[in-house]
Design a protein around this ligand. Structure first.
Ligand SMILES: [Zn+2]
Length: 287
């Protein structure tokens, strides 16, 4: 998955009073486009030395591979030799993976900074806190932290079959999604799983097993991956046509022959684990 960059590590701790060095990486977006360079060695970020702005213009983001990353928040067009603006969707395909992960993680923070400019309580302009990555209201003291949306991805299994879905209103979408949705107020992740499966495909599930989770910076989500099994014998899918265009039970054999894991997304990893017989129910059965 995209966050699996070991032995490298993205250090997300806030650094108090951090000042960019000449070699620090600069992340700047115009709309959804990232200022970067892509050559034979892959993705590259510009350095602080290539910008004339004062240090105060740069907001500390994180450290990766011994290099600090800073956000240049404004959206003015920069003309840097060899660099251009590329849609942030590049994180799905560009290498090296740790830099693609840095790009999409920076996007997550940039999106949040864009929407955390004024106090939602009193309307005052917010200022950045010194000690934490947090926006603070100088008038009423309101504290706003980076927004991360909890959600679940659910692999619904029934023996040698896995339930795959296709999103509605997304042209070109393949039938390679799993049931997914956001956690609502007053519910646990397990309850989100039960509710989303019932809402999207009208099925009852049991034997939930947590798999892994994934930060998904493009939309600011943290996605919890769960396995579950159909509860009962009625496997009839009742599709929620507002959210889904298609839903079907796909056999392990068909997945083995057709499914390709892109190595980036939790959904793809879970489908590929099922295809390989490494879902928890197969593993428990074969123990
Ligand atoms: Zn306020």
């Amino acid at each position: 998955m995209i966050q699996d960059i070991e032995p490298k590590h993205l250090y997300n701790e806030w650094k108090k009073n951090a000042v960019p060095k000449k070699s620090s990486a600069v992340v700047q977006f115009r709309g959804q486009d990232l200022l970067c360079r892509i050559d034979d060695n892959g993705l590259k970020f510009p350095s602080r030395a290539q910008f004339t702005e004062p240090d105060e213009a740069f907001t500390y983001l994180f450290e990766l591979d011994g290099r600090e990353y800073y956000l240049l928040f404004d959206e003015n067009e920069r003309a840097l030799d060899g660099y251009s603006y590329r849609n942030i969707g590049l994180f799905r395909t560009e290498k090296p993976q740790e830099l693609a992960y840095a790009a999409v993680s920076a996007w997550h923070l940039c999106s949040w900074y864009r929407s955390a400019r004024y106090c939602g309580r009193c309307g005052e302009k917010l200022v950045h806190d010194v000690n934490e990555r947090m926006m603070r209201c100088p008038k009423c003291g309101n504290m706003i932290f980076p927004r991360i949306n909890p959600s679940v991805i659910v692999a619904v299994t029934h023996g040698d079959y896995l339930l795959l879905t296709k999103y509605a209103n997304r042209p070109g979408a393949q039938r390679t999604a799993l049931v997914a949705g956001f956690t609502e107020f007053a519910e646990s992740f397990e309850q989100t799983v039960q509710r989303e499966v019932m809402e999207e495909v009208g099925l009852k599930v049991k034997d939930l097993r947590y798999y892994r989770c994934q930060p998904w910076g493009i939309s600011g989500n943290i996605m919890m991956g769960f396995w579950c099994r159909l509860d009962g014998d009625d496997d009839t899918i009742h599709l929620d046509n507002f959210e889904l265009a298609d839903g079907a039970w796909v056999s392990r054999k068909e997945l083995q022959e057709t499914f390709v894991n892109n190595g980036i997304a939790l959904t793809a990893e879970m489908i590929s684990e099922f295809a390989a017989g490494r879902d928890p129910y197969s593993l428990e059965k074969n123990k």
